[in-house]
Design a protein around this ligand. Structure first.
Ligand code: PLP
Length: 285
């Protein structure tokens, strides 16, 4: 696999980043994940806009290659012959040369930029979408700025491990009695045809897929309600699903051991998955 590191395309075994990089020492870094279908990038403009916002919220300067990011993504797709999969874009505050809590002078320290691809043949046709996910609930103990897409993924990673140990696929995070989001996705329930998902705020990531799915749902005359919900309400819902750039729209069929409906992916989730994939392919670049 070829990866991109600070302006160079290199074999992954030759790519290096300083041991003093703040991404490594302080999790002082943000990232984006863009899906690739048929060699084309899905929702690229949305991911770029969110990256710009994440950088601004952390007073991190834009890397010099910012305006060339689309070309870099495309080049990596071409060099790796990527058909279906994901592209990860990681941006750290850089390597000031020594460890220090104080941010380095932004004029003297160039952000570190790394991109790598993951091949996922048949991404849009995943077997999991046909059976749906089982989720468990775990307490949401992450920091208070989940709207910034930082690389602080330890707790989400632990949440996935707790799910795995419990025989489930993923975890929904719960704060003050309500679901915030999944470990790596936004969470939804469906009540009498109405789509319910938590409103945007600092407590969840503003999913690029969420924005697109809600827009497509409204365009298809489906009702959307942006409000918090509890695990008990979700367990009594007609359907549930999650959205993310890597899973698109993924049905949820079990929550904390309670089966939703007949245990099969529901019609609203199935329809939204189809609409999302069809519509976002039209604007893929
Ligand atoms: N919420 C969290 C915590 C995530 O990590 C992600 C994606 O990685 C999402 C939501 C979904 O965001 P997007 O649709 O932009 O991939």
């Amino acid at each position: 696999r070829t990866v991109y590191v600070n302006g160079a395309y290199l074999p992954e075994t030759e790519a290096v980043v300083s041991v003093f990089d703040r991404g490594f020492l302080m999790a002082d870094a943000v990232y984006e994940v863009t899906s690739v279908l048929g060699g084309r990038l899905i929702d690229f403009a949305g991911h770029c806009a969110r990256l710009e916002r994440s950088l601004a919220e952390l007073d991190m300067r834009k890397p010099a290659c910012f305006d060339a990011l689309l070309d870099i993504h495309r080049e990596l797709v071409a060099r790796n012959g990527l058909e279906d999969g994901l592209i990860y874009l990681q941006v750290t505050r850089g390597s000031p040369g020594d460890r220090d809590f104080v941010f380095p002078d932004p004029d003297a320290t160039e952000p570190t930029v790394v991109l790598f691809t993951q091949s996922k043949p048949g991404l849009a046709d995943s077997a999991q979408a046909k059976t749906g996910l089982k989720v468990i609930s775990v307490e949401d103990i992450r920091w208070g700025r989940r709207d910034i897409k930082t690389v602080q993924l330890l707790y989400p990673s632990m949440g996935k491990m707790m799910a795995k140990k419990a025989g489930a696929d993923d975890a929904w995070l719960v704060e003050d009695g309500c679901v915030t989001e999944g470990t790596s996705n936004n969470a939804y329930i469906v009540l009498n045809g109405r789509i319910v998902t938590r409103a945007l705020g600092a407590d969840i990531l503003h999913g690029i897929t969420r924005a697109a799915v809600l827009r497509f749902a409204r365009e298809a005359q489906m009702e959307v309600e942006e409000r918090s919900f509890t695990i008990a309400e979700a367990q009594g819902a007609d359907e549930a699903f999650v959205t993310s750039a890597s899973a698109f729209v993924m049905p949820v069929v079990e929550i904390d051991g309670v089966t939703l409906g007949d245990g099969a992916p529901g019609p609203v989730a199935r329809r939204l998955r189809e609409i999302y994939i069809d519509e976002s392919l039209k604007t893929a670049v």
